[in-house]
Design a protein around this ligand. Structure first.
Ligand code: C5P
Length: 237
């Protein structure tokens, strides 16, 4: 595979902030605090179950933000396709679907606007967890085989830990988008097990990083996000 050519992605959209909060009040507070420091929001399951999901999604779209609907769809293909058609109506930019062929194919075929990302292996899983789940392989092999299939099926990219990004870049067509959660700017004492720093993730081949708690729980979330944006700008001036 030839050396990786960075994609034409605006530098300030390479940080995707995971807006993992329980209600619209906390969401509004963070969105206001963050202002221009965040251009791309990931809206996940917690917000979805708050009942405020689409209200917030439309507000963010009206502010010109990009939206990643991280609902990690997993169901029979017809239901996954129907769910993706619903997301499409809301001009969602990215959505996630678990990395099983029939589900991914249904999602890709249903999507008009939304780009489908395959979940390869959750970054909270390590080798012990995969063994417990009955997988006969290591996280790296699972991510690689699922990513290859995802691209063949027409997915825009994959969610993968930064640790696996290097192998993806070496072994898979570079048009594949690699989106890396599990980023820990400093120390890590939470549930993320396969973590890398922001600069490591991009050096390893990430196109986007997804960061939640290190921004949300910072004393000043805007400063935390701006610091990450500065690191990204230094890599992609
Ligand atoms: O708070 P933290 O930075 O760990 O947030 C990571 C976000 O990325 C969470 O919203 C989590 O759901 C999501 N994610 C992940 N691993 C994946 C896919 C998504 O951690 N494989």
């Amino acid at each position: 595979m030839s050396s990786y050519q960075p994609k034409n992605i605006p530098a300030d959209e390479r940080l995707i902030f995971a807006l993992d909060v329980p209600d619209i009040v906390s969401a509004h507070k963070l969105i206001e605090q963050l202002g221009d420091a965040v251009q791309f929001y990931k809206l996940g399951l917690e917000l979805f179950l708050s009942g405020a999901y689409f209200e917030l999604l439309h507000e963010l779209k009206a502010q010109g933000k990009k939206i990643f609907a991280d609902l990690k769809l997993f169901d029979v293909p017809a239901t996954v396709a129907a769910a993706v058609r619903q997301l499409d109506k809301h001009q969602v930019d990215f959505c996630t679907v678990h990395g099983q062929d029939s589900m991914l194919k249904a999602a890709v075929d249903a999507a008009q606007h939304t780009r489908v990302l395959a979940v390869t292996a959750l970054t909270s899983l390590d080798q012990g967890d995969l063994n417990d789940l009955g997988f006969q392989c290591d996280p790296a092999s699972l991510v690689l085989s699922r990513a290859k299939r995802a691209l063949q099926l027409g997915c825009a990219g994959v969610i993968s830990s930064g640790l696996e990004a290097k192998a993806l870049r070496e072994q898979i067509d570079h048009q594949l988008l690699v989106i890396c959660p599990g980023i820990r700017p400093v120390s890590n004492d939470d549930d993320q097990k396969r973590t890398v720093s922001v600069s490591e993730a991009f050096a390893l081949g990430a196109d986007y990083v997804v960061i939640g708690r290190p921004i949300r729980d910072a004393a000043d979330p805007a400063i935390a996000a701006q610091e990450i944006q500065s690191q990204i700008k230094a890599i992609y001036p």
